[in-house]
Design a protein around this ligand. Structure first.
Ligand code: ADP
Ligand code: MG
Length: 304
C-alpha cells in the first residue's frame, strides 16, 4: 500500500478541516482528489507530506508513519504544493540543484539534466524562474517534486492558473508521470480527473463522499442534467425544441440566446443542430456548460 490514511481528523482551532478520513491508495494508482474550495484537499496533502501533523488518526506512506518516520516518508514522497512557491530570482538549474541537495543526491548534475529532459525544460533551462510562464514554472515544480525519484507524488492543484494550452500540456505530462508512479492530485475540475486519473475520491467539508473508478463517477454525473446555451440568428422563440426527447426545458436568456436544459448522457447538441436544420434556423453559438462539480455532489450526497 502506498498511502494509508486511518481515521484522520484535523482541526485548525475551532475549524474542523478533516473529519475521520479513511483512504488507501495502492501502488501505481493515479487518484484524483476532487472537491470544492475549502473541502480539505490541501490539508490532507500537507499531512501526507509531513508538513502538518494530524489532530487525530494515522497516516502511513510506503509503510512509514508520518509522525514517527518523517525523514523516511519525505524520501518516498514528492510534493508539488498549491500555488507552487518557487524562488523567482533563482535560475532553473540552480533551483533544481538546490532541491537535489536537500535530498543529498549523488551525481546531482546528471540528475538535474535528466529532470530537465523529463519535464521538457530544455529550452528554458538557463532562465531565471521569474522569467518563465506559469506553465513552465509548473514544470520546474514537477521536476523539483520528482528529483529524488519518489514512489509517491502528491500534486496540489497542479493546473490551477494555467491557460488552456499550458493546461493540456501539464495534464499530459502528469498523465505520463502517472504511468510510473503512484500519484494523488487535487483539483476542483471534474474533466481534469477524467483526463488523468483512473480513480476519483470526492471530498466535501472534510468528508469523503465518494470513491470509485473514474468511469463510475462519470456515469453518476451523466445521470444529471446538462445545461447548454444556444444563440440563434434571429429572435423567434425556438418553440419545437422542448418537444425533443433529449430536452427538458428551454428558457430565454435575452436577445437571441436560450438556455436549454437537456438530459444527461444524451447527445443534446446533435439533436439541437438537427432540429435547427429542419426548421431553417441558423445556430450562431452552441455551448455546453462544464459539468458542475456541485451537481455531482448533490447527486452523491442526496441520500446521505
Ligand atoms: P482545499 O484545499 O480543499 O481548498 P483546505 O485544506 O485548504 O481546503 O482547507 C480546509 C478548511 O480548513 C477550510 O475551511 C480552510 O478555511 C481551513 N483552513 C485551512 N488552512 C487553515 C489554517 N492554516 N488555519 C485555519 N484554517 C485553515
Ligand atoms: Mg487547496
Amino acid at each position: 500500500m502506498s498511502i494509508r490514511i486511518q481515521n484522520v481528523s484535523k482541526r485548525y482551532g475551532e475549524q474542523l478541516a478533516l473529519n475521520q478520513v479513511n483512504l488507501e491508495v495502492k501502488s501505481g494508482e493515479v487518484v484524483g482528489f476532487l472537491g470544492p474550495n475549502g473541502a480539505g484537499k490541501s490539508t490532507m496533502m500537507k499531512i501526507i507530506t509531513c508538513y502538518l501533523p494530524p489532530t487525530e488518526g494515522e497516516v502511513q506512506v510506503c509503510g512509514f508513519n508520518v509522525m514517527e518516520d518523517p525523514l523516511k516518508v519525505k524520501r518516498k514522497v514528492g510534493y508539488l504544493p498549491e500555488h507552487n512557491p518557487l524562488y523567482l530570482d533563482m535560475y532553473v538549474k540552480e533551483f533544481l540543484h538546490f532541491a537535489g541537495e536537500v535530498h543529498k543526491l549523488p551525481q546531482l548534475k546528471k540528475r538535474v539534466n535528466e529532470m530537465i529532459e523529463l519535464v521538457g525544460l530544455g529550452r528554458e533551462q538557463h532562465k531565471q524562474i521569474g522569467a518563465l510562464s506559469k506553465g513552465f514554472r509548473q514544470r520546474v515544480g514537477l521536476a523539483q517534486a520528482m528529483i529524488h525519484d519518489p514512489e509517491v507524488l502528491i500534486l496540489d492543484e497542479p493546473t490551477s492558473g494555467l491557460d488552456p494550452n499550458q493546461l493540456v500540456e501539464i495534464r499530459e505530462l502528469v498523465r505520463q508521470i502517472g504511468e510510473q508512479k503512484t500519484v494523488m492530485l487535487s483539483t476542483h475540475i471534474m474533466q481534469e480527473v477524467e483526463a488523468i486519473c483512473n480513480r476519483v475520491v470526492i471530498i466535501n467539508r472534510g468528508h469523503i463522499v465518494a470513491d470509485g473508478p473514474t468511469t463510475d463517477i462519470r456515469r453518476m454525473a451523466d445521470a444529471g442534467a446538462v445545461i447548454l446555451r444556444v444563440e440563434f440568428d434571429g429572435d423567434e422563440t425556438p418553440d419545437g425544441l422542448v418537444m425533443l426527447p433529449e430536452i427538458i426545458e428551454v428558457q430565454p436568456e435575452g436577445g437571441n440566446s436560450w438556455k436549454v436544459k437537456a438530459k444527461g448522457g444524451t447527445d443534446a447538441r446533435k439533436a439541437i443542430a438537427a432540429w435547427a436544420q429542419q426548421n431553417d434556423r441558423l445556430i450562431l453559438t452552441l455551448n455546453e456548460e462544464e459539468q458542475k462539480l456541485e451537481d455531482v455532489f448533490k447527486q452523491l450526497t442526496a441520500n446521505r
